[in-house]
Write a protein that binds this ligand. Sequence first.
Ligand SMILES: [Zn+2]
Length: 175
Amino acid sequence: MTCDKFQAFLPDMMLEPSHVSAAVRQHFAECSACRTEWNELEATMQLLDEWKAPEPSPYFDTRMAARLRQEKTSEAPAWWQRVRARLLFDSSLHFRPAMAAALGLLLIVGAGTYEEFSHLNRTPPPAPAVSATVKDLELLDSNAQTLQQLASFDETDATVGPAAGANSSSGGNSY
Ligand SMILES: [Zn+2]
């Protein structure tokens, strides 16, 4: 074994000497090069033991608080963060039903497309594919009606609660 290979055992020699084989310990006892490595590592470990993290300056907390305030007010968040905040926290009466309806519409259109696709896979006469498209159009139409109904709900709600209107106009300050 070369000295390099013995020196790979140095950390073990320092931390868990009992886990190191007698041959390795013997080499460290006899080889001056490896002994030097050992002494340097030991000195480094002792320095680390003595090292203490510096005390924070007396104004650290004050400056940290000021910095946090600055961060909060400085930069406008990215557009997607604003959208996300709006989705999660905005209590606007207009937004959520419209969003839910839009998502539902997407799901229905997607399902219709899948139905059409599976019809094609089973190679039926062309008529079912057409009827699936017609069904999609009917669903779209009924969804438009649902959207209109939701819109009318929103209007009645908005007249009942003036606070909600003010809330939705204030926009991004909802954190
Ligand atoms: Zn050696």
